[in-house]
Design a protein around this ligand. Structure first.
Ligand SMILES: C=CC1=C(C)c2cc3[nH]c(cc4nc(cc5[nH]c(cc1n2)c(C)c5CCC(=O)O)C(CCC(=O)O)=C4C)c(C)c3C=C
Ligand SMILES: [Fe+2]
Ligand SMILES: [Fe+2]
Length: 342
């Protein structure tokens, strides 16, 4: 029998507040941090921590940060994801594919993205969480949410989840091209790859047969640690650095954006900045390849706060490689991911 209907594609990024008002930032933080895959505590302690401590105290501070980031088009995370979707639509066969876009938290919701696809009676859905390295807090959470929604449908079409795309050649090439452009303009003493951090506990919980010890084990990426976020980050660094021909002793991987007092995966970006300054390093180029779109964590945290820290400690140049956003090679990467999972 001939197949009927298009293939639906759902692109999902993390989410961002609806505006920079403290109330909207608080609403966003509450939804985000009440996700049991993000703060992986039992419900009551999580509720108390989020609603009595983090949301009330962090919201005004975060709102200020978001004001530095906001543009005429709103939050970069959101508009870059919209641009990515539009460019993907232009490259895919319109007879075969229908693309929608959603945010895991706030708007547009995953419910609305899936509804658009289901209303068009798609025969299959491909879900692409826009996080290159798998983490339960991000990719896992998107998959969980889609399954929760699909549970309520009478007919559940075939659904394919793309778990991660850390090794996709076009993902690596897209970073190579952006890095090259920066390196044509200046020369650097060190190349820092700063990824979003995760609580160490979350890596241990996902470690198969207790393999991951959060040490040198993560320097290799293979079947035994294929879901280890830390190992995938180190692997990304190696692949991008090799493509750019960067000398091994000038490349470092580190982890940013810690929240709370529990240990997060190391080395911490703040510590590495201090070490570099102590060694007399003057010029640093920073990649943030856990993010596919510029956002608070790249533009403000890396591009402004870490830069200030480095310069206060004697550094002279701290440049951030812009994110993939909706650059051509990245759009080609997403197109290829969709077509190979069709
Ligand atoms: C690589 C992707 C991400 C992982 C893994 C991740 C884990 C994670 N994040 C928090 C807490 C916060 N993250 C915040 C912002 C934020 N996080 C990501 C991506 C990952 N998070 C992005 C793209 C953004 C930026 C969103 C934007 O609007 O630009 C924030 C909010 C900002 C702030 O108040 O500082 C928090 C809080 C935890 C706890 C966690 C893993 C457990
Ligand atoms: Fe985060
Ligand atoms: Fe590991």
């Amino acid at each position: 029998m001939a197949k009927s209907g298009k293939i639906g594609v759902l692109l999902v990024n993390l989410g961002t507040p609806d505006s920079t008002k403290t109330g909207d930032v608080r609403k966003y933080l509450r939804e985000f941090l009440m996700d049991g895959r993000v703060i992986d505590f039992p419900f009551i302690p999580r509720w108390m921590l989020v609603n009595l401590i983090i949301a009330p105290f962090r919201a005004p501070k975060s709102a200020k940060e978001y004001r530095k980031l906001w543009t005429d088009r709103g939050s970069p995370l959101l508009f870059h994801t919209e641009d990515l979707k539009e460019k993907l639509v232009a490259k895919l066969d319109a007879e075969e594919y229908l693309v929608s876009m959603a945010m895991r938290y706030q708007s547009p919701s995953i419910e609305s993205g899936l509804k658009e696809l289901m209303d068009a009676k798609v025969r299959k859905i491909i879900v692409l969480p826009l996080f290159p390295q798998y983490a339960s807090a991000t990719n896992g959470s998107v998959i969980d949410k889609v399954m929760e929604i699909a549970r309520g449908w009478q007919i559940i079409p075939e659904i394919t989840f793309i778990s991660n795309f850390v090794e996709h050649p076009l993902f690596i090439q897209a970073w190579e091209e952006l890095g090259k452009e920066m390196m044509q303009q200046d020369q650097y003493d060190r190349y820092l790859f700063s990824y979003h951090g995760l609580p160490e506990r979350q890596i241990r919980k996902g470690s198969v047969d207790n393999y991951c010890k959060l040490g040198a084990c993560c320097n290799k990426y293979g079947p035994k640690n294929q879901f280890c976020y830390r190992a995938q980050c180190f692997h990304t660094t190696r692949l991008v650095a090799a493509k750019l021909g960067l000398p091994e002793d000038k490349v470092m991987t580190c982890f940013q954006s810690r929240l709370g007092k529990d240990p997060w995966i190391k080395p911490y970006t703040e510590d590495v900045i201090k070490e570099l300054a102590e060694q007399g390093v003057k010029k640093v180029l920073v990649f943030s390849p856990a993010f596919v779109a510029d956002c608070l964590e790249t533009t403000v945290e890396v591009g402004e706060e870490y830069k200030e820290e480095f310069e206060e400690l004697g550094g002279e140049k701290w440049d951030l490689v812009p994110s993939l956003n909706s650059t051509d090679t990245w759009v080609d990467c997403v197109k290829d991911l969709v077509e190979t999972h069709s």
